[in-house]
Design a protein. Structure first.
Length: 230
């Protein structure tokens, strides 16, 4: 009943050296590696209404490669899970990344409401690229890090076949598949479509003053002891 278009949405802070920077290079490597094997793990086929990708990476999916809140919002809404590539600077002044993370938190809360709060695990996946868990805001530290890729360097050209990473990629694909099965089973049981209203979901547009203010408050709230652990 629930029609996902993407297995995973990947959020990362774009490198200043866009083509050759470590963050951009790793995002492409992760996306390519998952798309090579994800079909062998998924419980149901992922729909491909608009493109041939099963992992949402902005530079591959969005025409022109520019950050557009509408396209990002739809990508988040129609993904099984969401990953953010964590470095110490992921939230360091990047309102774009923070807006995406806030959208993940909002969507996870929405899905929990739709299926009666019954999600066994968080749908938000931190992928550790640099730093460690203690560098994350307290609210994010409650999510077990599913994938530690801190040994990745620009010298690595194919993580899908690299001995340091091949098992991690398989484990990540299996984690996503389990979350897919859980959500699809619940949506059928309760007769709800978790992706039905994707056109009406919107993340904060940080190109507006209101969006900037809302995201800035969200970043502050992540460090508050009152913020619920994700």
């Amino acid at each position: 009943m629930t029609t996902f278009e993407y297995a995973l949405f990947v959020s990362y802070r774009h490198s200043r050296q866009e083509q050759n920077g470590l963050l951009s290079a790793f995002a492409r490597e992760l996306t390519d590696a998952l798309e090579r094997i994800i079909d062998t793990h998924l419980y149901e086929d992922i729909g491909r209404e608009r493109n041939s990708h099963q992992v949402f990476l902005d530079e591959k999916v969005i025409q022109g490669g520019n950050w557009i809140s509408k396209d990002i919002s739809e990508g988040l809404h129609r993904s099984v899970c969401w990953a953010f590539l964590f470095t110490r600077n992921y939230l360091g002044g990047s309102l774009y990344c923070a807006s995406e993370l806030k959208g993940m938190v909002d969507l996870q809360q929405k899905r929990r409401r739709l299926i009666g709060g019954d999600l066994n695990s968080s749908l938000i996946i931190p992928v550790l690229l640099r730093g460690n868990v203690t560098n994350m805001p307290p609210a994010l530290q409650g999510i077990a890090v599913r994938a530690d890729f801190s040994r990745f360097t620009l010298a690595v050209k194919n993580i899908a076949e690299h001995p340091d990473f091949v098992t991690k990629i398989e484990e990540l694909a299996e984690w996503i598949a389990q979350r897919q099965k859980e959500q699809c089973d619940k949506s059928r049981e309760l007769q709800v479509n978790l992706c039905e209203h994707y056109r009406t979901f919107s993340i904060e547009d940080v190109n507006t003053e209101a969006g900037k203010n809302n995201v800035a408050e969200f970043i502050k709230s992540l460090n508050s002891p009152e913020f619920p652990v994700i």
